[in-house]
Design a protein around this ligand. Sequence first.
Ligand code: ATP
Length: 310
Amino acid sequence: MSDATIVVNGLRKRFGPAVALDGMSFTVRPGQVTGFVGPNGAGKSTTMRVILGLDAADAGSALVGGRPYRSLRRPLGHVGSLLDAGALQPSRTARNHLLWLAHSQGLTDRRVDAVIERTGLRTVARRRAGGFSLGMRQRLGIAAALLGDPPVLMMDEPFNGMDPEGIVWMRGLLRSLAAEGRAVLVSSHLMGELQDTAGHLVVVGRGKVIADAGVAELLAAASGDRVTLRTTASPEAATVLTRAGATVAAGPGTLTITGLTAERVVALLGESRIPFSEVSAHQATLEEAYLELTRDSVEFHSIAGTGAAR
Ligand SMILES: Nc1ncnc2c1ncn2[C@@H]1O[C@H](COP(=O)(O)OP(=O)(O)OP(=O)(O)O)[C@@H](O)[C@H]1O
């Protein structure tokens, strides 16, 4: 799918004195889920609105499959989006809402039934959307986004309001949409939602990109080279490992070692016949990696955290 890219280049946007976008640039590639994350007010929604032509940027460009959204004749066939799941006519049934959208874009009733099936809405398709829970509205919004079978998908906080079963379902759906070769951009606040789903992360703060990298790469960088060791012979272990060049810090019941790999630690302890019950390389979570990256970009730190509560 060569149309499956989003290219955002140098976007700037002010709302009065507030700078919403300050040179936002990134590319969303096909075949993987790209997580779009950052603190409140970082500019995620504004970026998505500019990509969809709902807000005009003061400078820069945003292209979907190489073209500005506004130049697309049948946009649903190029990009599907979920921005505000509340935006629907409450008296229409879910199916009628989708039929109305489909007919406005020259799409068939068969597409409507296909997306109802794919989003698990079959049993409620003839119910009025006004009575839907937020999670069901999200599914309906996603059904609408999929109507035109677009190569590009963009979703603003699709996990919002979903119960745990819905979250698991959503992760699977996002992964399968990406596996079909689509470019999938998903904003989220909760890193746990994106762990095991996103292959790539675009981390933003204060209107620009802070990090743009593969998830594996970010996790490796955040994990550092720390190794945890559990042993009943701490002093002996510390002596051997320090002599081999490591820095050793004692924690509750464990030693934390930097400067040696877990394999090397095991080998050194074995050579010196020092007993141990655990040697493990520290594996950061996506949330730890994210918090580390965005530490300087959060608009409102908690008062206790800044030491200002005196
Ligand atoms: N219509 C608007 N009028 C005035 N200011 C706006 C408007 N839309 C966005 N902003 C401001 O632009 C900045 C970026 O907001 P945006 O909603 O894009 O961030 P976000 O990353 O999506 O935040 P959140 O995670 O809270 O949804 C914020 O400072 C916000 O207050």
